[in-house]
Design a protein around this ligand. Structure first.
Ligand code: PEP
Ligand code: MG
Length: 829
């Protein structure tokens, strides 16, 4: 029979819990429930030595059947983990620490143990011990009061906010694990989600951290114990401030920026059709492997086999990361790096070890441990986090293949690939000239495999379910834009689909063929179309797609991964490379835009009640302009022999403009570049309604202004830009926003150029309207540049002006949208 141990800060609490639990069973013979709690009968605390002794006693009592440990919080967890290092390894191998709540978990585990259940089953029973109460009360697990848990006695705890859009999914979680790993094993880190009540988990366990279900807005409690506790907490706080390194993706997803892959790589088979639709015969990959085909040797041989397989898998993931980095950029490469971290997950390895010790083959043990880990994801309430289970399956299969001596999976034939889930490794390595599209049975659109395939221009329809369980060779057609899926369409339907595809192909080809032709309306009004840039890779991509310079270099995104502020020299080098990508066109370097939803590890921000209305953009440097001065100096240095412009974000008043000009002069003077600064084009972003309304005063001494429609809409409509529940109030097509754009156009001093660099400028349906409102240049996401240019060529300046005049009289955004679509529909006929 398995034995149990309760580890708690309070001996009274632990003893009472044991009493309560053991009352639930009638026959207690052979049931051992040990207690390691309190420093003595009355003093609260935990002691790793006492826990170790309790474990050894319980292990003896269980005669090798295993020991399940129920723990309360904080240092109880850390002490229990430390105790595992103090007991002989073979004993530690038979102990399992349970994340279950002490009282409910203990009751459930005692009942299961007394009935003779094994360690696995008892652990599971404990973990679901809360289920009856949740079901009875009909509610979610409770949130801790006030969202705060007392720190460890040593005070080494920190609360971290999760600010990035997708929360703590695999990549940011891998970064957290990476920081914790650097101080392990001497310093141990535990994490819990204060908002959802999940955890604590070992910060070295990627699957554990990812299953905390930490979403945007949640608060984590990180506790550390050991010599580098303070340091690791500081570094994790910095990391959290950068959205765990995920904020640039939220600003401008590389996936989106690289959707037109042909510009990224000319290598055959890399770029897909980019049509969001496909038709062809169903093809599949080889059947999955059966781990039971490998017979178990002795445990040591099996352990070695798993270790070797993991090592080879890590090496292969390194290769895939390199491939992704070359063709798709840093963001996609990190997917494979996160997988490599997952492969050293202690939770998975402990599980594998336990199974091998129990007689399983390495292949069976690995396969089952990975399935368990994936199930933990499947149970998460957030769909985005749930999809991270695909990553676990992916690494699971990779190691299993090595263990079974199998090759990488191959697509059998040419057509539409149907898979259960799209593994990122398959997504990056499939040949896009033979696979016209991919349909997944399970999973949604945010799996890493799906994002990678989409960024290569391979159309992917997700979550098709059993509908696609059809024989190989069956013709299948799908369109991601409309969600249409047709199985074995008749000849007429096939012809209609082919015609639609041909139309799309033509439009896209035309746009790409003409990507390098300047955009002008049918009556000859030229409009500069530039690209928004968040990295050098995106800059090169934009240039390849015909962008005439950059209307917005988001410098805070370019340097988002830097822990320390880049020096003037380092910045000069990066800005020069971006400028070179676009020469002879200009690039517009926006100064650090931090605050609100953006933060940089090296620019400390104050905690504000309402950060969107706080020290954002230029306001962040009012007290200490040192970092801004460095940046301005770098811009001046680049401007010596390259075409660059400088742009200031979040400007509100005429005094802001004056202050920024002075800083520019100061930075230039200290570098001996006053003359360069004097001829540098200077502009501001128009993001605050006050700046729009007073544009005549603000722009009196400027060369250009650029409307940041994302923020201008947010501030005009008082609807936070990232809050999807506010979408009925946050549409930038609201006539109030359009009216401000027209006001700016009508009141700009002569000669000042008017641009738009928010997302509106990347919507091909909207760009004609912007030109009609009086905008001279647009800066769009790189991928949309060809389509934006193409649409501008379809209308006349007069027509666009009339369209804008009508839009200004519309009742609301919906009416404006209808007006735009009616126009596009007319054109298509
Ligand atoms: C904007 O606000 O529209 C803009 C382009 O700036 P960002 O999205 O970087 O805040
Ligand atoms: Mg903005």
């Amino acid at each position: 029979m398995i034995a149990l141990v309760v580890v708690s800060h309070s001996r009274a609490l632990a003893s009472a819990a044991v009493e309560l639990a053991t009352q639930m069973v009638t026959g207690r013979e052979g049931l051992h429930v040990g207690v390691a709690a309190g420093l003595d009968g009355t003093t609260l605390g935990t002691d790793a030595g006492a826990v170790a002794q309790a474990l050894v006693r319980a292990d003896e009592a269980s005669a090798g059947a295993g020991v399940l440990v129920l723990l309360d919080l904080g240092s109880a967890v850390l002490s229990a983990e430390m105790a595992l290092e103090l007991v002989p390894p073979e004993v530690a191998g038979r102990v399992r620490l349970s994340p279950a709540p002490v009282v409910e978990g203990l009751v459930a585990a005692v009942v299961a143990a007394a009935s003779g259940a094994d360690l696995h089953t008892c652990a599971h029973e404990a973990e679901v011990g809360l289920a009856p109460k949740i079901a009875h009360l009909g509610c979610d697990p409770p949130r801790p009061a006030g969202g705060s848990v007392p720190a460890l006695p040593s005070g080494r705890a920190a609360e971290l906010s999760v600010v990035a859009e997708h929360g703590l999914h695999a990549r940011p979680a891998a970064r957290l694990v990476g920081v914790a790993a650097e101080v392990a094993p001497q310093t141990r880190v535990m994490v819990r989600n204060l908002t959802s009540g999940r955890g604590p988990v070992d910060a070295l366990s990627l699957s554990g951290v990812a299953t905390l279900d930490a979403r945007q807005g949640h608060v984590l409690l990180v506790e550390a114990e050991g010599p580098r506790a303070a340091e690791v907490l500081g570094r994790l706080s910095e990391l959290a401030a950068s959205g765990f390194g995920d904020l640039p993706a939220a600003l401008e997803p590389l996936e989106e920026a690289t959707r037109l892959a042909p510009a990224v790589s000319e290598e055959p088979g890399i770029a897909g059709s980019g049509l969001d639709a496909a038709i062809g015969p169903v093809v599949r990959i080889e059947a999955p492997l059966d781990p039971d085909l490998r017979v178990a040797a002795d445990p040591d041989t099996e352990r070695r086999a798993v270790r070797e397989a993991v090592k080879l898998a890590v090496a292969k993931l390194g290769e895939l990361a390199g491939h992704a980095r070359r063709h798709l950029g840093e963001g996609q490469a990190e997917v494979f790096e996160a997988h490599a971290v997952l492969l050293s997950d202690p939770q998975i390895h402990a599980d594998v070890e336990e199974r091998i010790a129990g007689g399983a083959s390495g292949a069976r043990a690995w396969s089952d441990a990975v399935d368990d880990a994936a199930r933990r994801f499947a149970d998460l309430p957030d769909p985005y986090q749930r999809e991270r289970g695909q990553d676990v399956h992916s690494i699971g299969e990779r190691v299993l293949r090595v263990l079974m001596g199998a090759e990488e999976p191959e697509v059998l034939g040419q057509g539409v690939l149907v898979v259960d889930e799209l593994d990122p490794a398959l997504a990056i390595s499939l040949n896009a000239s033979t696979v016209q599209g991919v349909i997944t049975r399970r999973g949604g659109g945010t799996g890493h495999g799906v994002l990678i395939a989409s960024s290569r221009g391979v159309p992917v329809l997700t979550g098709a379910g059993d509908a696609v369980d059809v024989p190989e060779g069956t013709i299948i057609a799908f369109d991601v834009r409309t969600g249409i899926l047709e199985i074995d369409p008749d000849d007429e339907r096939r012809a209609t689909f082919e015609t639609m595809l041909e139309g799309r192909r033509r439009e896209r080809r035309h746009a790409i063929d003409n990507a390098h032709v300047a955009a002008a309306t049918t009556d000859g009004l030229g409009v500069a179309v530039r690209a928004n840039v968040s990295s050098l890779a995106v800059a090169r991509l934009g240039a390849g797609l015909g962008a005439e310079g950059s209307g917005l270099v988001r410098t805070e995104a370019v340097f988002a991964q830097w822990r320390h502020a880049p020096s003037v020299e380092q910045q000069t080098e990066v800005y020069a490379a971006i400028a070179d990508a676009y020469a002879p066109h200009p690039v517009t370097i926006r100064t650090w835009d931090v605050g609100g939803d953006k933060s940089l590890p090296f620019i400390p921000g104050r905690v504000e009640h309402n950060p969107f209305l706080g020290a954002r953009g230029v306001r962040a440097f009012a007290a200490d302009p040192a970092l801004l001065l460095d940046q301005l100096e770098a811009i001046c240095r680049v401007a010596v022999d390259r075409r660059v412009r400088v742009m200031f974000p979040m400007v509100t008043t005429a005094d802001d403009v004056v202050a920024m000009r002075r800083l520019l002069e100061r930075a230039a003077a200290r570098a001996g570049l006053a003359e360069v600064a004097a001829r540098l084009d200077v502009g501001i972003m128009v993001e605050v309604p006050a700046a729009a309304l007073r544009i005549r005063e603000l722009a009196a001494d400027l060369d250009f202004v650029s409307i940041g429609s994302n923020d201008l809409a947010q501030y005009t409509l008082a609807a936070e830009r990232g809050n999807t529940t506010l979408s009925p109030w946050s549409d930038p097509l609201e006539p109030a926003v359009l009216q401000l754009v027209r006001h700016v156009a009508d009141h700009l001093p002569p000669g000042v150029v008017l641009g738009v660099c928010g997302a509106m400028a990347a919507d091909p349906d909207v760009v004609g309207l912007l030109v009609g409102l009086g905008v001279h240049e647009l800066s769009a996401s790189a991928a949309t540049v060809p389509m934006v240019k193409e649409r501008l060529r379809t209308g006349s300046a007069r027509g666009f002006r009339e369209l804008a005049d009508r839009a200004l009289t519309c009742r609301d955004a919906a009416a404006v949208r209808e007006l735009l679509h009616a126009r596009i529909g007319r054109q298509a006929v």
